[in-house]
Design a protein around this ligand. Structure first.
Ligand code: DLZ
Length: 169
């Protein structure tokens, strides 16, 4: 559902799988830190609200969103995490950087999702201006960090194989 129609922080807590025992890596970009810190904090709080132990959450920062690819890749390859959340904010400016970074991060994180068995959650906000980013980092449209946390827990609760225990669904 488009974020204009859905508050990113609204979810039914009874429908979110409990995260107890799950180990989550969060990598966030320092670029546009006023936004990304709010996203990071939202993700951490929502994970804890849904059963993840604070000590099971590891947080790392990278300079800009482009470096999320490397940061998330390192976390995935470490084998230490059940899921990785990548958080950044790219605001459209007057340079082609916006498109290059958005496309690069999207492709990089997508590749990780295909090649490894750890879900990487796409917490990159891409907006035309700062106001739109603020609306999605705790403002009018909620907090995308919350949505990423809920998404991570959902991904960890799913079975994607075809073994007998999964056939009854
Ligand atoms: C260079 C750059 C620009 C112009 N804009 C952003 C942005 O809006 N959001 C963001 O997270 N990072 C930006 N960066 C930095 C790049 O992501 C990257 O850190 C540098 O190009 C160095 O690789």
């Amino acid at each position: 559902m488009a974020t204009e129609l859905k508050n990113l922080s609204s979810y039914d807590p009874t429908m979110v799988p409990n995260g107890k025992g799950r180990k989550i890596g969060i990598v966030y970009a320092e670029w546009n830190e006023n936004i990304t810190h709010a996203l990071r904090d939202g993700a951490i709080k929502t994970l804890i609200d849904n059963g993840v132990e604070e000590s099971d959450i590891t947080v790392a920062s990278v300079p800009g969103s482009f470096e999320l690819i490397f940061g998330a890749s390192q976390m995935v390859k470490s084998g230490c995490y059940d899921a990785v959340i990548a958080i950044g904010c790219v605001i459209r400016g007057d340079t082609p950087h916006f498109d290059y970074i958005c496309e690069g991060v999207t492709a990089g994180l997508s590749k990780l999702n295909v090649e490894y068995d750890v879900p990487v959650i796409f917490g990159l906000i891409t907006t035309n201006n700062l106001q739109q980013a603020e609306e999605r980092s705790g403002g009018r449209l909620g907090n995308k960090g919350d949505e990423c946390a809920v998404t991570a827990l959902h991904m960890l609760s799913q079975r994607f194989d075809n073994t007998s225990s999964n056939k009854s669904r």
